[in-house]
Write a protein that binds this ligand. Structure first.
Ligand code: ADP
Ligand code: MG
Ligand code: MG
Length: 921
């Protein structure tokens, strides 16, 4: 038996329904569904996506049996409508429409009026009593068929149309007479013959098979492929083809066509939103030839259709339980619906609608939580351009909305300039042809980024989103000249220092000053605006509170300062999952004592070892040690109170929430200046010779620092640094506990490979803890502290049962675990990872979204082994992946206790963690 390729929808029978999107495409599935619930849909049939797949596999030929099924479909249509395909008396005309499972602009445009020819058009004229309409339909069909199906340049037809209008001295298409249109059809015929080498096909069956083939072929045109790439659409097999009886919006002033949304897609407000044109067909509304009217005015023109439309709006929402994007046509006062789909919306719209629809009783809390995309949730917190100010500014161009947020500043054209100007306190917009990794510094310093090239996943777009810097990319109309330090767009020229603004929500670019405001949610959280004054805030608050009821994972934050911690707590963080102590060393002039320490650390270590083992020259060695040791101890003594102060500050802000503190992690060379100038300055500051510093830098040089002397390895070889840090943590905890604030320090030892490393480090830390408690005369349980480790080396993951014996908790450092698990250097993999993703080796960049198949298995193994040894072992994750929704889904599934992410990702993680639970059900 041959496969079923054709699914009919109409009053005779309806084969499909809304659940069959994969097979029938979104358009086809919903046409079937609406027919089922008796909405006024013109009948037709859908050729499945599988057919498209078979068509390709067979080398662009129709599979066996398709032709018969298409003929049967047309026959059913003919019977139902009492018309005949190609009939000179009562002809059936159809549209041919593409439609994949996911809506995909870039695929083939719709062909209308198929089946019309010199013969059938006479009948169309007679039946409608409107000869002009018939000829207009015919010439539109010739143009669409020639352009869309046969790929004759669109321009050739437009040119001919313009010629005739000029010749007749008219402005609008509608002013052309029957005779003019006949003449135009003749010209079109010539264009067709010249381009294709054949006569324009009059046979409707030939028209139909060409059109179906063209839809199939459009699945792999470059526009469609590009769109799928940009939007990460994968795993679809092809497009469906919908063949549907025509209804005519261009039959006069009692006919028309329009598009509308059941709610406002931008704001989410519960208002009917849309546009229409009377006496128009198909894409006229979006083509911009005539200005469409706002939907509310339809009430005056055709009140009956308007009322029916309002009812459809209501019925569709209650049937689909979501905002719908619908297309309709009115033929001589009769309303038809031609398409419905779940409407695209901004994240603001999604939030508003989800909360409203729950409160209207349309959807459950769970559904509301699922409705808001976690991936774009943080757009709610980005600064925005003032709307009034925007409309007053000079519009330059519109491109991709690559990273959300509004920014206004002075244009600069190199990353260095961006850094220099930002240093001086200027707000700058970095304008580049495209960005590259060398530009990172400038990108971070910029208030916004604008590029002429590159898509949604270009370097600029990805990095900007990661940094939370607003970005507009792929602005192809811009000519950016970084040598001349200027850009041009049409007659607008922007030079270095000129003020411009970008809107990363919409992709718009403006010349001149535009006001920038922080998000209302941030204003309310910071106490700069009253909660009651912000609708956005109240909706946000409701949605995240529902998410909190659902989720199982705790959400913590990665923060190293009281300020970041404060923001994270406002965003709902339940603790710190990673406090990187080394970041504190870079603040102000703290780097000075730390650098002093680095300079002598090795000498101290070497001499001490000699003294311990040797008997010879003991006195001499001790004399030699005394000066460097004094420097070493002084430096530690200087650092201790600084660190203690930092920790106390953070504990206070956390106010009883746990705080995971990682002991020193990076290789020491990162703390020394690598360039001559920096070394000279450091030498002056320390009162040593520049050569000495250069020598030290050389000595610390490693071929592979990420696998070198860092993490717990530093702690084992220079234990006094770790001692100092543990002491600072405990003293700070006692200090705040004395003030009545609970401090819950979790001391984390990084980069463990073997349990032995952890055992040594842990014992050493425990000694310091005991000493501090004793010195202060506090009981051993005065502070609830714990000691654990990061799991970031594969060896630790696969021996987690052993490691767990020495750990109170594990925190997965998935950045390093990915680096070492996949064998990809974090700093070098950019060169090939994009290609790898394109080739499908990895589904996504494994540093951005956890490689579940491989690195995920390491995590899973460590979870299982760790809990085997210690059932109550606390488990978390602190890598970049802690804020990535797809990764969060995995962490929820393997049963971690928490994820930790940067402060502004906390709400994203709250939402994603709830969605993970709901999806897992
Ligand atoms: P797109 O996927 O680009 O929205 P559609 O297949 O929805 O393309 O077709 C675009 C427009 O063509 C529709 O909105 C409608 O106005 C018109 N159209 C399509 N099929 C018919 C039809 N059977 N009768 C009348 N108009 C139609
Ligand atoms: Mg459409
Ligand atoms: Mg690490």
């Amino acid at each position: 038996m041959t496969r079923k390729y054709v699914y009919y929808f109409g009053s005779t029978r309806t084969d499909g329904d809304r659940t069959m999107k994969e097979l029938l495409g979104g358009k086809g599935a919903n046409l079937a569904e609406m027919t089922r619930i008796n909405m006024p849909v013109p009948p037709g049939f859908t050729i499945t996506t599988e057919t498209c797949d078979e068509f390709y596999k067979a080398g662009s030929v129709w599979p066996e049996g398709l032709e018969d099924q298409v003929k049967e479909g047309i026959a059913t249509l003919e019977q139902e409508l009492g018309k005949k395909f190609g009939d000179p008396v009562n002809p059936l005309l159809v549209s041919v429409r593409s439609g994949a499972a996911v809506s995909m602009p870039g695929m083939m445009d719709t062909v209308l009026n198929l089946g019309i020819n010199e013969k059938t058009l006479k009948a169309v004229a007679e039946k409608s009593g409107n000869e002009r309409f018939a000829w207009d339909s015919y010439r539109r069909f010739m143009q669409m068929f020639g352009d869309v199906v046969m790929n004759i340049p669109h321009h050739d037809f437009e040119h001919a149309l313009q010629n005739i209008k000029d010749k007749k001295g008219v402005k609008l298409d509608t002013q052309l007479s029957v005779e003019d249109l006949k003449e135009l059809a003749e010209v079109y015929r010539g264009i067709y013959r010249k381009a294709i080498g054949e006569d324009f096909p009059e046979d409707p069956w030939v028209q139909l098979s060409h059109a179906v083939n063209a839809v199939f072929s459009s699945w792999n045109n470059s526009r469609a492929i590009r769109y799928r790439e940009l939007n990460e659409i994968k795993g679809l097999i092809g497009t469906a083809v919908n063949v549907q009886a025509m209804v005519f919006g261009n039959m006069g002033e009692d006919s028309g066509t329009g598009v509308c949304f059941t709610r406002d897609p931008a704001t989410g407000k519960n208002v009917f939103y849309g546009e229409y044109l009377m006496n128009a067909q198909g894409e006229d509304v979006v083509a911009g030839i005539r200005t469409p009217q706002p939907i509310a005015t339809l009430d005056e023109k055709d009140s009956d259709s308007y009322k029916k439309l309002l009812k459809l709006r209501h019925d569709l929402e209650s049937h689909y339980h979501d905002m719908q994007d619908i297309e309709f046509t009115i033929e001589e006062g009769r309303l038809y619906i031609l398409q419905t789909r779940t409407g695209k919306r901004t994240v603001f719209g999604a939030l508003n609608m989800a909360v409203d629809m729950h409160e209207e009783g349309l959807i459950s809390k769970e559904e509301a939580v699922m409705r808001v995309p976690a991936q774009s949730f943080n757009q709610l917190f980005a600064p925005v351009l003032g709307a009034d100010s925007k409309s007053a500014a000079r519009f330059v161009t519109k491109a991709l909305n690559a990273s959300p947020g509004g920014a206004c500043g002075k244009a600069v054209f190199t990353a260095e300039a961006a850094e220099e100007w930002a240093e001086r306190g200027e707000s700058v917009i970095l304008c580049r042809l495209e960005t590259s990794p060398e530009d990172i510094g400038g990108m971070a310093a910029a208030a916004g980024i604008l590029t002429a090239r590159g898509g949604m996943t270009s370097h600029a777009a990805v990095v900007a989103r990661g940094m939370g810097v607003p970005c507009v990319s792929g602005a192809g109309e811009l000519h950016v000249d970084s040598d001349a330090k200027m850009l041009k767009c049409g007659d607008i020229t922007i030079k270095e220092g000129d003020v411009i603004a970008i809107d990363g929500f919409t992709g718009e670019v403006f010349a001149g000053e535009v006001s920038v405001k922080p998000s209302e949610i941030v204003q309310v959280l910071r106490g700069e605006m009253k909660a009651e004054e912000s609708v956005l805030y109240s909706k946000y608050q409701k949605l995240v509170s529902w998410a909190d009821e659902i989720r199982k994972l705790d959400i913590r934050t990665n923060a190293d300062s009281p300020r970041d911690t404060e923001m994270a707590v406002l965003f709902g963080a339940q603790g710190i999952g990673l406090c990187r102590t080394e970041h504190m060393f870079f603040e102000g002039d703290r780097i000075v004592p730390f650098r002093k320490l680095i300079l002598v650390a090795d000498t101290v270590k070497r001499l001490r070892e000699k003294i311990e083992t040797g008997t010879e020259n003991l006195a001499e060695l001790e004399a030699e040690l005394s000066e460097p040791l004094a420097t070493y101890n002084e430096a530690l003594a200087e650092l201790l109170p600084l660190q203690r102060g930092d920790f106390a500050g953070i504990f206070k802000v956390l106010d009883g929430r746990p705080c995971n503190i990682r002991l020193l992690d990076p290789p020491l060379h990162e703390f020394l200046p690598q360039d001559q100038q920096g070394q000279k300055e450091m030498a002056e500051e320390m009162g040593v010779k520049a050569e000495e510093i250069a020598l030290k830098v050389e000595a610390l040089h490693e071929f592979n620092p990420m696998m070198g002397h860092r993490g717990c390895r530093l702690g084992l070889t220079y234990p006094e640094v770790a001692d100092m840090q543990v002491r600072a943590i405990m003293e700070a905890a006692i200090e705040v506990a004395d003030q009545g604030i609970t401090a819950l320090p979790e001391i984390m030892i990084p980069l463990i490979g073997s349990v032995k490393e952890l055992e040594i480090a842990r014992n050493r830390a425990q000694k310091v803890i005991d000493t501090v408690l004793e010195e202060k005369g506090r009981a051993s349980d005065y502070i609830s502290y714990s000691i654990g480790t990061m799991i970031e080396i594969p060896r630790a993951a696969v021996t987690a049962d052993l490691v767990a014996a020495q750990a109170d908790f594990f925190s997965f450092g998935t950045n390093d675990l990915t680096q070492m698990g996949c064998g990809f250097s974090r700093d070098d993999s950019g060169k090939f990872l994009d290609d790898y993703v394109r080739m499908g080796v990895y589904e996504r960049d494994p540093f951005a979204s956890l490689d579940v198949e491989g690195v995920g298995r390491l995590v899973e193994t460590a979870v299982r082994l760790g809990r085997k040894t210690k059932p109550g072992l606390k488990l978390g994750v602190c890598g970049e992946h802690g804020g990535d929704p797809a990764s969060i889904r995995f962490f929820n599934a393997v049963g971690l206790n928490y994820v930790s992410c940067s402060p502004y990702r906390v709400p994203v993680a709250r939402l994603a963690a709830a969605q993970a639970v709901l999806e897992h059900k």
